[in-house]
Design a protein around this ligand. Sequence first.
Ligand code: PGA
Length: 255
Amino acid sequence: MNKTLRKAVIAGNWKMNKTPSEAKALLNEIVPLVADADCEVIACVPYVDLAVAVEAVKGTNIKIGAENAHWEQSGAFTGEISTGMLKEVGVEYVVLGHSERRQYFGETDETVNKRTKAVLKAGLKPIVCVGELLWERECNITEEVIARQIKLDLFDVSAEDVKNVIIAYEPVWAIGTGRTATDDQAEEVCAFIRAEIAKLYGQEIADGMTIQYGGSMNDGNAAALLSKENVDGGLIGGASLVAAKFAAIVKAASV
Ligand code: PGA
């Protein structure tokens, strides 16, 4: 992290976990544990938990995020949720392009781009996920894959708007596998992402952009990952479902 240049952000990605009553209980546990955090703290929760979650964190330093959003405002899109719906509930962040959506639900860079633009237009902040598959890393094309995702996912996003974007680098092989990227691997790709952003938007915007690492980040490895210059936070799956573990990661980002 380089806190002189940018904001450290720790975001929980709950995925398809916790009912509304369970969400309320978990947030009630987390709230006092992260009250003195010196970083941004976000919980991205399932749609049906959003209203309860916003209520549970009212008056605290925790912000609530959704796990996706559609690009249209309304219409015949069964099963989708619009940015207007999210805003009205009090959501501030939206995870977009998570590898599970790309892998299981046909999400493409084109749809991630549409969603990103809609989220920004609504005044919400997207957490745009990028990352290579294991075989792409083994074929030595990690940088090509990431550069392509960055270019396509942010296509037509203005320099002003991109200041509200958080990028999460999530190597697909590290998600939910217990296999974390090494600190150096995380730093290498996060630095590469920053360099790509600099090419597209200039160095100043790149220097100010929050770039998270995600993929089996936990209370044991967070401090070392976050000690890297270009790792500005984390997108946390499994460990965000346990209050003490999530709080420990927040603490590691608060030094
Ligand atoms: P994980 O998930 O921490 O469980 O690996 C991270 C993510 O998918 O955002």
